[in-house]
Every structure is written in structure tokens, then in C-alpha cells.
Design a protein around this ligand. Structure first.
Ligand code: SF4
Ligand code: SF4
Length: 381
């Protein structure tokens, strides 16, 4: 298992992490067995968005005496009513529900405390006005959460919020949703009709969000990696094509700032399909050719950081150089961190001999040689 830092929080997480879909209706023994299996395979992080008190109690019981085994991401603003998950926004409801989670689980603290489902600035203003944001920040001061986060599906909203002290962002990332402008809400993103009509291209506000998170040190934990499963099933796929779980995971993990994907696995078999990423060959991870075959989508010119153009005879990591170049352009000049990452690369854009092999292999017509010249000028190497 590979581990990544969760942005500036410094928390180390397994790049394949767990959602909580598998835990509904399990016994304690079944919960223990599933967690043993996940942890035994290197997973050290899970999202616990559910307010189900029974799940909190079972996961807490498993972790008693071994709390360090799991980084737990829990959510403010979810509550359990009549056996159902509901979203709550009032301070009393939020506080009661969060305290209940800590009591039931007896965890003592959670690693990431995340304000749930902030998809509009009206919601955010409401959460500030009624004291929920202050409450979450107080929880951090008191050590009840180690890092403060939000979850969102809207790139414009998330872009504004990551500048307001957020350390972790949970965001929906997959190649279909990345085609959707921010005006399309999460329910419409699942509809085939949203992808019909004129040709689509990658939405710049989503790409901008990931780049800004990287600059700001905001770690991204990913939800909806498989678009709710529809990218794995041609009958449901909004683009009439499917990807494998490994390709979807590789797409998410190659976006800037992403630390881990929360695998919403409901069974050991589904978890195995995600864990297979860790041992998959590069050819099996490669999503470039599959993307190029998506109909009605214009990927041209924009680097997806897929690495399909490798190998370079001068050992230039084209995907990484292009990512650092785009980050630099986005912030109008190279920041020290990008310069540091660039300098540490084994080979630099200045080593490019213009052989053109990368451009022949790139399915998205990215002008790699031009980008290498620009990177060499920008970074001076
Ligand atoms: S240049 Fe093309 S093939 Fe290479 S990483 Fe970018 S998109 Fe992928
Ligand atoms: S054109 Fe430059 S970056 Fe591309 S493969 Fe050749 S040397 Fe490498």
C-alpha cells in the first residue's frame, strides 16, 4: 500500500481508504473481520459520514486499544432520525449529533472533522451565521478533531472555501463529473441527458480547484470515484463506455492534491477490486486510450497527467513537469514549492531533445514539446 500526506494536516493516509457502505447491518464479528481484512491489506483511513449510532459503536469497539490503526474522517451536519440519515444545519442538532458520535464510538477524537455537503455559498453563510463553523473550529482547538474539512460537489463553492482555513476537502472526482460545469448539480451529474448534445471538455473550474488545493496544502479525499458505479456498467454509463475500477482510481489519484480515494466497497470482493490498484501494472492503470474512445468529448490539448506518453528517452516525467508548469501558470509564476519539486526531478524539461515520441503517443494532442520549452524557460532548467 502506498501512503500519502493529507495536505498540510500532515496526516499520513493509505491512498486506498474505506467508505462506510459495507458496515450497514453487520454484527460486531463481521465488522471486526471486515476491518481486519482492510487493515491487513494496508488501509489506514476511513470515512464515517454515516450518523448510524450502531456503526459508530461497532467501529469504536474494534478500535479500542488500537486507535492508531485508523485515521477516521467523520462529519458534522449529519444526524440519525427514525433509522435514517438526515442533513442538519442548526447548531444544537449538529452539536448533539457530533457528541453522540463521539460518545457511541468512544473514540475520544476523530482525525478529520468535516462539515458535510456544502454545495452553495448560501449554505456556508448559514453555517457561519448559526455558529456551526465556529463550533467545528472550537472542536479542533479542543483536540476533538485534528483537522478541519468540508465535503462538496461544487467546484466554485469549494474553490472559495479552501481559502478559508479548510485543511481537507472531500470532493466527488471521476472523469464524467470532471466534464460537468459547476452549474450542474450532483443529481443531474448522474443523468445521461447531462452529457448529451454538444461536445464536452474538461471543466476548467474543477481543474483549477485541484491545482489551488495543491498550492494551498489542502488534501483531497475522493468520493464517487466510480460515479456511483455507473462508470463500471455500460448500461448506466453516461458516456456509453466503461472504465475498470483500477482506471477510475488512477484517474482520481493522478489529480493534483488528491491524497486518497474512499472506496465505497459493500463487500470484500468490491474492496479487492480497489485494492488491486496497488499491484496493477502501469498498462492496467492507464486510462488514456479508454478516454480517447469516449464519444462526444473533446479532450484535445489539455494534459490529463495520465503518463501514457512515457517513456521519454531523456527520462523526463512529462506528466509531472506539465502538472508543475500548469500550477505555475495558474498562480502567475513559480512558487518555491513548485520550484523545489521541479528541481528534485531526475530529468528536466531542458533535457528534451525534441524527438516527438511523446506527442505521437499522447492520445489528446497535447503539444508536449512546446510545453517542455515553456517549462525550461519558466524553471530555468
Ligand atoms: S502529454 Fe498526453 S499522454 Fe502525456 S501525460 Fe499529458 S495527457 Fe497523458
Ligand atoms: S520530445 Fe522531449 S519530452 Fe518528448 S519524448 Fe522526446 S525528449 Fe522526451
Amino acid at each position: 500500500m502506498n501512503y500519502r500526506k493529507l495536505g498540510k494536516s500532515g496526516i499520513l493516509v493509505s491512498e486506498i481508504a474505506l467508505g462506510c457502505a459495507a458496515f450497514h447491518g453487520l454484527t460486531q464479528d463481521e465488522t471486526d473481520a471486515f476491518l481486519d481484512y482492510a487493515i491487513g491489506n494496508g488501509i489506514n483511513c476511513m470515512d464515517m459520514y454515516t450518523p448510524d449510532p450502531d456503526i459508530h459503536a461497532r467501529i469504536g469497539a474494534y478500535l479500542r486499544g488500537r486507535r492508531e490503526k485508523l485515521v477516521v474522517q467523520a462529519h458534522f451536519c449529519t444526524a440519525w432520525r427514525d433509522g435514517q440519515y438526515v442533513v442538519v444545519r442548526g447548531l444544537d442538532d449538529v452539536r448533539k449529533s457530533f457528541e453522540l458520535m463521539l460518545d457511541n464510538s468512544r473514540l475520544g477524537f476523530v482525525d478529520v472533522g468535516m462539515i458535510h455537503y456544502v454545495d452553495s455559498m448560501e449554505t456556508w453563510r448559514q453555517l457561519i451565521d448559526n455558529g456551526v463553523v465556529d463550533y467545528a473550529l472550537r472542536c479542533r482547538e479542543e483536540g476533538l478533531i485534528r483537522a478541519f474539512g468540508i465535503s462538496s460537489h461544487n467546484p466554485d463553492v469549494a474553490r472559495q472555501l479552501v481559502h478559508q482555513g479548510v485543511e481537507v476537502l472531500m470532493f466527488s472526482i471521476n472523469p464524467c463529473y470532471d466534464l460537468m460545469p459547476s452549474s450542474v448539480d450532483i443529481y443531474a451529474m448522474a443523468e445521461r441527458s447531462s452529457y448529451e448534445g454538444s461536445a464536452l471538455c474538461l471543466d476548467p473550474s474543477r481543474q483549477g480547484l485541484y491545482e489551488e488545493c495543491l498550492q494551498l496544502g489542502v488534501g483531497i479525499t475522493v468520493m464517487k470515484t466510480f460515479a456511483g458505479g455507473s462508470l463500471l456498467d455500460v448500461r448506466k454509463s453516461p458516456v456509453d463506455r466503461t472504465l475498470t475500477p483500477v482506471q477510475c482510481i488512477h484517474y482520481a489519484l493522478t489529480r493534483p492534491a488528491v491524497s486518497c480515494i474512499m472506496a465505497g466497497a459493500r463487500s470484500r470482493e468490491e474492496l479487492d477490486a480497489c485494492l488491486a490498484y496497488e499491484t496493477a501494472a502501469e498498462a492496467d492503470r492507464d486510462y488514456a486510450v479508454a478516454f480517447a474512445d469516449f464519444p462526444r468529448i473533446d479532450w484535445s490539448g489539455r494534459c490529463l497527467y495520465c503518463g501514457h506518453c512515457a517513456p521519454c528517452p531523456k527520462h523526463i516525467d512529462v506528466a509531472m513537469v506539465t502538472k508543475l508548469l500548469n500550477l505555475t501558470i495558474a498562480q502567475n509564476g513559480a512558487a518555491e514549492t513548485e520550484r523545489g519539486h521541479y528541481a528534485a526531478l531526475d530529468a528536466h524539461a531542458g533535457d528534451c531533445i525534441g524527438c516527438g515520441a511523446c506527442e505521437k503517443r499522447c492520445p489528446f494532442s497535447v503539444p508536449v514539446m512546446k510545453n517542455m520549452r515553456l517549462a525550461a524557460q519558466t524553471f530555468g532548467l
